[in-house]
Design a protein around this ligand. Structure first.
Ligand SMILES: [Zn+2]
Length: 207
């Protein structure tokens, strides 16, 4: 299968990319200088589906491959997805996808649990600001292996809570620890050791 690519010179995208990289470098303490992620703008849904080898839902507007990010082109954003386009939303989408690139690098290319993988991208891109904060957490733990649109509901808020109540260093430690994690059980064990309590709704809802 073949795809055609060309370099684009888009001032807005360059600016968004640079700003996101600087902020993410600071958060993840990575100082990413060589082999930085490349952003590929994908023209339409059909090409996204071809790249991923499956039919994607209309809310999917970006994904990562290794450390590179693929994002639906802004010119076709509304036509080819269910999202409304705005410059601000698009900047957030770029930062969301680049957060996944940083996650890949510091976790050794592990991207489970899905709630942590998506949650940190939602938190750092501030996409949670346009979502309703759940009164109680009751769903995010369903999303370990499984993905899907449901994960976006609580994931940003649980990561926000973990960062703001327990500090950034612990969540970085948890993500770095994923390198050695090969099951949900092992993840729960790492979490318990880093946070000092068991990860369940009862404990999380009283934090
Ligand atoms: Zn994502």
């Amino acid at each position: 299968m073949a795809f055609s690519i060309q370099n684009v010179n888009d001032k807005k995208i360059e600016k968004d990319y640079e700003k996101a990289m600087t902020e993410l470098d600071d958060f993840f303490e990575l100082n990413w200088i060589v082999n930085k992620p490349r952003a590929f703008l994908v023209k339409d849904r059909q090409t996204i589906d071809k790249l991923l080898g499956k039919k994607t839902e209309d809310w999917v507007v970006g994904f990562v491959n290794k450390a590179d990010v693929y994002i639906l082109d802004k010119d076709n954003y509304e036509k080819e997805s269910c999202h409304k386009y705005s410059d601000e939303e698009y900047s957030k989408t770029i930062k969301h996808e680049l957060t996944h690139s940083f996650f890949q690098v510091i976790s050794g290319f592990k991207n489970k649990p899905d709630w942590l993988w998506e949650g940190i991208a939602i938190y750092l891109s501030e996409q949670y600001k346009t979502k309703n904060k759940p009164k109680k957490f009751s769903e995010f733990l369903d999303y370990y292996e499984k993905g899907g649109s449901g994960v976006y509901k609580e994931a940003g808020f649980i990561v926000k809570l973990l960062v703001e109540k327990f500090g950034k260093e612990r969540i970085l430690k948890l993500i770095r620890a994923l390198k050695d994690v090969n099951s949900k059980k092992e993840f729960e064990e790492k979490f318990r050791r880093i946070y000092g309590f068991e990860l369940n709704y009862k404990n999380i809802n009283k934090v």
